[in-house]
Design a protein around this ligand. Structure first.
Ligand SMILES: Nc1nc2c(c(=O)[nH]1)N[C@H]1C(S)=C(S)[C@@H](COP(=O)(O)O)O[C@H]1N2
Ligand SMILES: [Mo]
Length: 333
């Protein structure tokens, strides 16, 4: 794996990889202590919690305890610290968990990344006056890629809930899953860039072997490949406000808008946050989020959106699927 060093100064928080590494080492021992306390507390809870959910998340009764822990872990695992990395030989096959927004197999050639909020967007060849007119196409059959079997689930009927965001001519309703529609999605007539995969894979390639942690209590060492989100942000920088400041947040959603995640800009600029195109040395499979998903190793799995269709740079704190259902926004480990 290649751990490319960031040589220039990071203007977002003035830290270099070396500083980040030093901070990370200092914090490791304390993280262990907290993990041990968490595990002890968790043991007691396991006996009375109902595990009826099948969406890859904790039962409701665990959420309150999780939120209390989150405030603590934020202090312990600073967002600038580096997550530990492992030799590729230790990587496992990541299980598939959570299919919100990706139940239908997308036709890869119909995929584009909509980017809203980039600086000088009209100067890009990929500029379009309305990103929302892009139509994603879905497969009518079944997709099977090397053990990752994708079963086609028929699209749900269009239900008009009277939400103006959903009234997009000829398009399926959005936000039909538990958390409902996102208030951060972009409305018709929003200009931006429509990026193809080549616009992303032209950026420096990176590999990373990290421990992937789901909030429901399992973790696996996973081998990722893709490009740094920080490099993406440098290639397609956010527009500054008149006072010169950069937007504080990044919003992402699936092409159908059903799953959506909000991030602090510094999380997206973290040197280990990747736009992932491959896993275990192979192209990413659809149920792991092909063609493009996020990996942020300082965050729990629910912040690691699979199948990104839209990225928005914004100063308004974005809507976030699981935060709406009671989970912590920071989702720090
Ligand atoms: N689009 C989408 N992304 C998602 C989810 C989801 O349901 N839909 N679930 C999240 C959760 S809770 C986890 S643990 C990880 C699981 O990723 P994996 O299936 O590649 O293991 O995806 C995250 N990203
Ligand atoms: Mo998860």
């Amino acid at each position: 794996m290649s751990e490319r060093k960031v040589k220039r100064e990071d203007p977002a928080h003035h830290t270099t990889d070396a500083e980040v590494l030093a901070a990370s080492r200092k914090l490791t021992r304390r993280s262990f202590a907290v993990a041990a306390i968490g595990a002890a507390a968790g043991f007691g809870l396991y006996r009375w919690v109902d595990y009826s959910r099948d969406d890859g998340m904790q039962p409701v009764r665990l959420r309150r305890a999780f939120q209390a822990n989150a405030a603590l872990s934020r202090k312990v695992f600073d967002e600038r610290a580096l997550a530990p990395t492992y030799p590729a030989s230790r990587a496992e096959n990541l299980r598939i968990n959570g299919l919100i927004g990706i139940k239908e197999a997308i036709l890869p050639e119909s995929w584009r990344l909509q980017l809203v909020g980039a600086a000088n967007e009209k100067n890009f060849a990929q500029y379009v006056p309305d990103v929302t007119t892009w139509t994603y196409e879905y497969s009518r059959g079944t997709e099977s890629t090397e053990g990752d079997h994708f079963t086609f689930v028929p699209p749900e009927p269009v239900v008009n809930r009277g939400d103006p965001i959903q009234e997009r001519a000829g398009k399926r309703s959005r936000g039909l899953e538990e958390a409902g529609p996102s208030y951060s999605t972009v409305s018709a007539g929003t200009p931006g860039l429509l990026l193809a995969m080549a616009d992303i894979t032209r950026l420096p390639a990176n590999e990373l072997v990290t421990e992937f942690k789901c909030v429901e209590g399992w973790s696996q060492i996973t081998h990722w490949s893709g490009v740094r989100m920080a490099d993406f942000i440098e290639a397609y920088p956010p527009a500054r406000k008149p006072n010169g400041s950069l937007p504080r947040y990044v919003y992402m959603e699936t092409p159908n808008g059903d799953y959506y995640v909000g991030y602090d800009m510094r999380v997206c600029r973290h040197p280990q946050t990747l736009l992932v195109t491959g896993m275990a040395g192979k192209p990413l499979t659809q149920r792991h989020g092909a063609p493009l998903r996020l990996h942020a190793p300082t965050k729990y799995g629910y912040k690691q959106i699979k199948r990104i269709g839209l990225i928005v740079y914004t100063d308004l704190k974005p809507d976030d699927y699981w935060t709406k259902l009671g989970y912590d926004w920071y989702a720090g480990l």
